[in-house]
Design a protein around this ligand. Structure first.
Ligand code: AMP
Ligand code: GLY
Length: 425
């Protein structure tokens, strides 16, 4: 069986690794465009993840049996529609359903239509309208925190949690007048700031059945103690402390089920992975965001616990047979610690020589996923991105998983390497 994975990060490396590790049948793995670490387990083809027509032609020429999409950009561009039109089997939502992630306005209005609990919100089409909404004080007085979100995709940079109205007004200026994110902030969502622990509930769905993955928690800020700018994610954990069974039941009933019912009611085709970013408030769970894919680095922490055949799961998702498929996980917990390059998430320094990969891989129970690496002229490993490596481990307890990750991380070095030592704390 020939499988193509679209993307080039740690998430895609983990998906390919898990496919190979869990599959009952021999696989031929392709990745577009991939990275140097991925090239150790899959044939990488230099086609950009967003070049939807070229990817469909690749799948046709190579007679790929199944394509799995890692990130949101190709989904928003309609990769699933293009593959489906050509009769190619693919896992992921159609572009119309990928709007759950690609447009915050669409997502919020969808949640409102289908009574999925979320933060109270307004939509503004101009800076004047946004400022007027803030000054009306619907989300609290001048001293109250309030959240401004760019409508479009912004690679994690589109959300400002403002401490007070002045900061919120500055965010509106930057987003809507100075256009820091371009057209992505032509509209914004303004919403109440919620407080509570966060958790990510990610599941496979074929539009009817859902199979939950272990709930995860990520660490978005670059610095220890949740300081510094937001990143794509500096680490993630799974385990019994992330979400207790009663809250998990409540999340399924109050957020997962109405979301799936809403998709069906609106005729939105969704055969893929849906990610609910939640905040657990005293009044119950609230959905902060939808993603239409696995998280990165949540995927790395989750997939090291997978026991079932991932090919069979993706196959069942694509075929609409997920209801007949069981998914099993290793008990316990897991973690992924991201090793980043100097300057990440702002001005990233690349090309540093990476040492100690082999020694780190010898730590038992650890997997090392490549997010941004390349091979130099002598075959040496070099950094080629902001997030460079993800060190992941599953173990009976979170402490054990973290200890393994950090033992391996300590063996790796390059000029400018940094990572958080408080993942899971
Ligand atoms: P999002 O991309 O919508 O998940 O937002 C990114 C991060 O901003 C979330 O993980 C939260 O930490 C924070 N955030 C988003 N919306 C809110 C909100 N309404 N109240 C408090 N924090 C929020
Ligand atoms: N780690 C957050 C995300 O993948 O969206």
């Amino acid at each position: 069986m020939k499988i193509l994975v679209v993307g080039s990060g740690g998430r895609e490396h983990a998906i390919l690794w898990a496919l190979q590790r869990t599959s009952a049948r021999p696989l031929e793995l392709l990745c577009a465009p991939g990275n140097a670490g991925i090239a150790e387990i899959a044939r990488c083809v230099p086609i950009a993840a967003t070049d939807v027509t070229a990817l469909a032609s690749l799948a046709e020429d190579e007679r790929v049996d199944l394509t799995v999409v890692g990130g949101e950009a190709p989904l928003a561009r309609g990769i699933v529609d293009e593959f489906t039109t050509r009769g190619l089997r693919i896992v992921g939502p159609a572009a119309s359903a990928a709007r759950l992630e690609a447009s915050k306005v669409f997502a919020k209005e969808f949640m409102a239509r289908h009574r999925v609990p979320t933060a109270r919100f307004r939509v503004a089409d101009s800076a004047e309208e946004a400022i007027a909404i803030l000054r009306r004080g619907e989300f609290g007085g001048p001293e109250a925190p309030v959240v401004i979100k760019a409508d479009g995709l912004a690679a994690g940079k589109g959300v400002v949690v403002a401490r007070d109205r002045a900061e919120a007004e500055r965010a509106v200026q930057e987003l809507m007048v100075q256009r820091r994110l371009g057209a992505a902030a032509a509209r914004v969502v303004i919403e109440e700031a919620l407080e509570g622990r966060e958790a990510s509930v990610i599941f496979w769905t074929d539009g009817r059945a859902a199979r939950l993955m272990p709930p995860a928690r990520d660490h978005k800020r670059v610095g220890e103690g949740d300081t510094g700018p937001n990143t794509g994610g500096m680490g993630a954990v799974t385990g019994p402390d992330v979400l207790d069974p009663a809250t998990r039941e409540r999340v399924v009933r109050q957020t997962v089920e109405p979301t799936l019912e809403g998709l069906r009611a609106e005729g939105l085709e969704f055969r893929g992975v849906l990610y609910l970013g939640l905040v657990l408030t005293p009044e119950g769970p609230r959905v902060l965001e939808y993603n239409v894919r696995l998280g990165d680095p949540e995927a790395q922490a989750i997939l090291v616990r997978l026991r079932s055949d991932l090919v069979a799961i993706f196959d069942a998702v694509a075929a609409g047979r997920l209801g007949e498929t069981d998914v099993e996980w290793a008990d316990g917990a897991s973690a992924c610690v991201v090793l980043a390059a100097r300057g990440y998430p702002e001005r990233v320094e690349m090309g540093a020589v990476i040492r100690g990969l082999k020694e780190a891989a010898e730590v038992s129970g650890v997997e090392i996923f490549h997010a941004g690496t390349e091979r130099g002229p002598q075959g040496e490993w070099r950094t080629a991105g902001g997030r460079v490596l993800g060190v992941a481990s599953a173990a009976p307890t979170l402490d054990q998983a973290l200890a393994r990750c950090y033992r391996a991380a300590e063996r790796i070095s390059w000029e400018g390497l940094h990572y958080r030592r408080d993942i899971g704390r």
